[in-house]
Design a protein around this ligand. Structure first.
Ligand code: SF4
Ligand code: SF4
Length: 244
């Protein structure tokens, strides 16, 4: 890496209580990160995950410098507890997936929502110079109160699906459940970006096969695993309407 230290070491994608306990155990990753920091190899230690409520609890009880979480118009959940908890401890707050994997449009609105919130950095996946320019243009001016209120109202609406993208659920047919959950409301309100439409075309057959999948007729397998008790099978089956 041609450096004697890294600025930020993140303990990444921690979504289960058992995982966090393992990290914090005597010989876990957190202790190794602390040792690396003491030796000057690492400046800051961060934590990342997809369950904002759990992250809020963990960063409140333990010492981390930074936290990374989803924050976009379709996933505003970090606003409830995590961002206030991290701000109270003066932690670095990094929002990821402002376009929710390419589902949210218009891009300008999508970027301006996390930009209007109490975060230091927004990580947006970009694949061309044109996308970099588009993302930067969205942040060319500050977000004033009326626009912020409007974006927050929209986020409450688009976040009604309540999926945190925790990936506790899995589908034997390999239907990407969280992507369908999160994009369903956006799709109905705004349509989809080309990338989002490509996703639906790619998974069309699988989405259609959900309704006929025998093992899920009585009790959908996915729904037994969701910590938020969400009606995934209904949303997946309704998603077939996208294809006309
Ligand atoms: S209900 Fe549908 S999405 Fe859920 S596990 Fe069964 S087939 Fe997969
Ligand atoms: S549907 Fe439930 S279990 Fe699946 S990713 Fe979303 S919140 Fe997690």
């Amino acid at each position: 890496m041609k450096t004697d230290h890294v600025d930020l070491l993140q303990i990444h994608y921690v979504n289960y209580v058992q995982e966090f306990q393992q990290i914090m155990s005597e010989d876990g990753a957190y202790r190794a990160a602390l040792e690396a920091r003491e030796q000057g190899k690492v400046r800051y230690i961060g934590l990342t995950g997809h369950r904002p409520e759990l992250l809020a609890k963990w960063v409140t009880k333990h010492e981390f410098d930074q936290v990374l979480f989803h924050l976009n118009l379709a996933q505003p959940f970090a606003l409830d507890e995590l961002i206030p908890a991290a701000a109270a401890r003066d932690m670095m707050r990094v929002a990821m997936k402002p376009l929710s994997g390419g589902f949210i449009q218009p891009v300008d609105k999508a970027i301006r929502y996390p930009y209007s919130q109490d975060v230091h950095t927004i990580i947006s996946g970009m694949t061309s110079a044109a996308e970099v320019k588009e993302n930067l243009a969205a942040m060319a001016r500050d977000v004033e109160e009326p626009e912020k209120d409007e974006l927050e109202r929209l986020a409450r609406e688009l976040g009604e699906h309540n999926c945190r993208r925790c990936n506790y659920c899995s589908c034997p047919l390999e239907i990407p459940i969280p992507d369908v959950m999160i994009s369903s409301r956006i799709r109905d309100s705004f349509g989809l970006l080309p990338k989002g439409d490509g996703f639906y075309q790619k998974h069309k057959e699988k989405i259609f096969s959900c309704a006929d999948y025998e093992p899920c007729r009585e009790t959908p397998l996915c729904e037994q695993k969701c910590p938020y008790h969400l009606p995934m099978s209904t949303v997946i089956r309704q998603a077939t309407a996208y294809f006309g």
